[in-house]
Ligand binder design. Structure first.
Ligand code: AQP
Length: 330
């Protein structure tokens, strides 16, 4: 029997945070044996925000190396760069024609990013979720492992699949979201009511997968907590709640056991230990990453092979779509 399909991606729009890792990539690794996985570096999405071309090229390679350093195995999963498979933009065009302006205007990420990008309020920001739907639907995806912030976009991908199927007959699989209970929304270390984001202007708000040990210790020490001074896991102590979740996922220790262990102690000791847990959790990734970045020829082979495999699958779906909408075959 054919394996079910997984698709997910990360934008090469800056260094990856532990939010990207805990909310997405770490979960991807666990799916590789059971599913046919497509893991994409979504560079077409990244240019909806101004990028420096030279840095975008470098970031794309860095994200590829980070995927592999985190445990994505190119022998098991297809790793590729979005712009290398033109079917993504071609399907986007078709899906644009069945997307409603009203629904796109209600997307939270569009509202937030357009507020932050007033001088660059481009149409790409608006149609970003349609491109994301195309990414997913091209591979007849069953499951999309993402963080909580992508839930609304995934809902749109499902709507578009159903709308197209109803209009033209069964064509797309309707994908399911794969969102974990813990770790799906790692919060900013400086404003724990906002999500940790790699494009945050305040670098103390996030921990990067490539931060060095002292930087990690410093950022965790400075993380905003509260004045209650007691270790507890609840919604009144959002900063602490976030730190406890990070501790739990990296260490594998259950949340009640962590709270028990630090009960009666101040935040200082907990933060010190948390820093070491995070450092421990990512030092292996950093080592592998450095090795891979010294082997760019190898990385190139991986993304060329990945694009070939992805394109083969993507074109199967695109041909079907073109036929259904009435395009004459070449
Ligand atoms: N804070 C987070 N907690 C849990 N999961 C997260 N993800 C992102 N931030 C968190 C998940 O990471 C995957 C890739 O995200 P992306 O790079 O495509 O875009 P994003 O969601 O917009 O992430 P950032 O870090 O906030 O990027 P910028 O700052 O460039 O916009 C997704 O599965 C996402 O859910």
């Amino acid at each position: 029997m054919d394996k079910k399909v997984v698709f997910s991606g990360v934008q090469p729009s800056g260094k990856l945070t532990i939010g990207n890792y805990l909310g997405a990539i770490k979960n991807w690794v666990e799916l590789q044996d059971e599913y046919d996985c497509y893991y994409c570096i979504v560079d077409l999405h990244a240019i909806t925000i101004p990028q420096v071309p030279k840095e975008l090229r470098r970031s794309t390679l860095e994200v590829l190396a980070l995927y592999m350093a985190c445990g994505i195995d190119p022998d098991k999963s297809t790793i590729f760069i979005q712009s290398h498979v033109p079917a993504h933009t071609e399907l986007t065009w078709v899906l644009n024609t069945i997307s409603y302006m009203g629904q796109l205007g209600r997307m939270t990420q569009y509202k937030e990013k357009s507020r932050r990008s007033e001088e660059n309020l481009n149409a790409g920001l608006f149609t970003y979720p349609v491109l994301m739907a195309a990414d997913i639907l091209l591979y007849q995806t069953d499951l999309v492992p993402v963080g909580e912030d992508q839930k609304q976009h995934l809902e749109l991908a499902r709507d578009l699949a159903i709308r197209f199927n109803n209009k033209y007959s069964e064509t797309f699989k309707v994908p399911e979201p794969g969102i974990k209970d813990v770790g799906a929304k790692i919060m900013s270390l400086q404003s724990p009511e906002a999500k940790m984001s790699k494009s945050d202007a305040d670098e103390n708000a996030y921990i990067l997968l490539l931060d060095d040990k002292d930087t990690i210790r410093r950022k965790i020490k400075r993380a905003v907590t509260d004045s209650l001074g007691t270790i507890a896991y609840n919604d009144e102590q959002l900063g602490l709640k976030n730190l406890i979740e990070i501790y739990s996922i990296f260490s594998g220790e259950k949340i009640p056991s962590i709270v028990n262990k630090y009960e009666g102690q101040g935040y200082g000791k907990f933060k010190e230990d948390l820093a070491e847990v995070v450092i421990d959790g990512i030092s292996n990734i950093q080592e592998k990453y450095n090795y891979l970045m010294d082997n760019k020829d190898y990385l190139e082979k991986i993304y060329i092979k990945g694009a070939e495999k992805a394109e083969y699958q993507a074109l199967k779906t695109l041909r079907k779509v073109y036929k259904k909408v009435g395009f004459l075959p070449r």
